[in-house]
Design a protein around this ligand. Structure first.
Ligand code: 5AD
Ligand code: SF4
Length: 461
């Protein structure tokens, strides 16, 4: 396990480089723009931490930043187009001020065909770095500042011989009461539609001691909502099972909640379900992506479970964990998906009763098995299926939320929502609005009076 850790000597080298940059970066600002999943958000917090360590002041406003880093996502074409268009925004600024440095990183940067496109069409992008290079950011910034040419820090294998887990680099957390804690990186599952195993490399876990120390320190600092992150958390292999790790993370003193994302249904273990059922600090929320309700499609997706097995796991969770919220991801219009396959997805959604579904239209990804499959589905059909599933889910979610009317839920305050209404999140991760402002990061009890499909509303008691 140790060989995947970056040696402390390397980390020290980076800390020294960061120190040496402080004269040049005095008074300068840096901005990190993030696309994609929670893993990317956490990576951006690490990138911002490293930039701060180099002497930059972090800003949300790219218009006044001297260094801009775009952290990209490659999961679907839409995400890639958005990131490229963001990069395009900086052409004019760069032309007006050559000293500004623009960087691009994340899953898109990791893909050679996208890199070629960026090299060709985005000459004003000054530096590119891969998903396993965050710990080398001081060196990357120094090289970019000194070089007149474009700088690239990419290894074609994201898990190189150098080691890919760095402990001891700073994190600049966006929130003072919610925190991400990665427990493992990468994915070995190779679902046939998915780019993640190529963009983020093989699974590797942090050591359980490192995870526990980070969580304990967060709890001591007053963090109230901690999410353990991994593409497939149940594959955690840092010295104990994931269930045991979760249980231990949720056993420090104080009132706080521990969540986790994401579990693969093939190994959502009984042990994990029991920890959720028995440990009051573990949030009653299980995100369990099903992707399709058709066993035939699941096989083509290489998901390693079938409809029956998924239903069995989902029902076990519902039976063992009272008031649990079950959420999922579904891809519609996977190659060859027939009306019958889609009807299977619709009926599974009815039968399980998900609190929320993230529905995606299948997007072919270069290099994946599914992109080469015959039977790609037309966009018009995909749109119809997407809408039908969303309509059905709205009804299901409304029905499930109605069961909350009259009940009291414990809520962690997020202050105000964007409409100026006091709001927060319940243990089930449901959005709750209420009558009186409560400072961010405080728990309150709310008696639910009325609900929408994705909202509980009530009064503080
Ligand atoms: N097309 C559409 N959705 C995808 N996802 C992953 N790859 C693709 C793709 N090629 C979805 C899956 C996954 C979620 C994070 O993104 O549902 O669970
Ligand atoms: Fe992608 Fe499948 Fe791995 Fe999830 S489990 S990251 S969908 S390959």
């Amino acid at each position: 396990m140790n060989d995947i850790y970056i040696p402390q000597s390397e980390i020290q080298k980076q800390l020294n480089i960061a120190d040496s940059l402080k004269d040049i970066t005095k008074g300068k600002k840096a901005c990190v723009i993030t696309f994609g999943c929670q893993q990317n958000e956490n990576d951006s917090e690490r990138i911002a931490g490293a930039l701060e360590m180099c002497g930059y002041e972090i800003t949300d406003n790219s218009d006044i930043a001297d260094v801009i880093i775009i952290n990209t996502c490659a999961i679907r074409e839409h995400a890639e187009i958005r990131a490229l268009s963001e990069a395009g925004q900086f052409k004019g600024r760069k032309a007006a001020d050559r000293s500004i440095k623009i960087g691009l990183c994340g899953c898109m940067a990791q893909q050679s065909h996208r890199r070629e496109q960026i090299y060709k069409s985005y000459p004003y992008v000054d530096f590119i770095f891969g998903t396993d290079m965050h710990h080398r950011l001081p060196e990357i910034i120094k090289t970019a500042l000194e070089s007149k040419k474009r700088v690239s820090f990419i290894t074609d294998k994201p898990h190189n011989e150098f080691g890919v887990i760095s402990e001891g680099m700073p994190v600049r957390r966006e929130s003072g009461y919610k925190a991400w804690v990665p427990v493992m990186y990468g994915c070995n599952n190779f679902c046939t539609y998915c780019v993640v195993p190529y963009a983020r490399g093989q699974e590797r876990s942090r050591k359980k001691e490192e995870v526990l120390a980070e969580v304990e320190s967060l709890v001591k600092q007053g963090y109230k909502d901690i999410t353990l992150l991994g593409q497939n958390v149940n594959s955690f292999s840092g010295g104990c099972s994931f269930a045991e790790l979760l249980d231990k993370c949720a056993s420090f003193e104080g009132e706080y909640t521990v969540r986790f994302m994401t579990s693969h249904p093939k190994d959502a273990s009984d042990e994990l379900i029991e920890v959720m059922a028995n440990n009051p600090k573990v949030a009653k929320h299980f995100h369990l992506p099903v992707q399709s309700g058709s066993s035939r499609v699941l096989k083509l997706m290489n998901r390693k479970y079938d409809r029956e097995k998924y239903l069995e796991t989902a029902m076990k969770i519902k039976a063992r964990v009272p008031n649990v919220s079950l959420t999922t991801d579904i891809i519609v219009a996977f190659p060859t998906e027939t009306e019958t396959d889609f009807a299977d997805t619709m009926s599974l959604v009815e039968n399980v009763g998900f609190d929320m579904i993230y529905t995606f239209i299948y997007s072919p990804r270069v290099g994946t098995v599914a992109a080469k499959m015959e039977g790609q589905i037309k966009r018009e059909i995909a749109n119809v299926r997407f809408k039908a599933l969303s309509d059905l889910q709205n009804d299901v979610a409304q029905r499930l939320n109605e069961e909350f009317i009259g009940r009291t839920v414990r809520v962690l305050s997020d202050g105000y929502n964007k409409n100026g209404i006091p709001c927060g999140r319940s243990s089930q991760n449901k959005i709750v609005t209420y009558d009186k402002y409560v400072p961010e990061g405080q728990f309150v009890d709310v008696k639910v009076e009325n609900v929408g499909a994705y909202l509980l509303n009530g009064k503080i008691i």
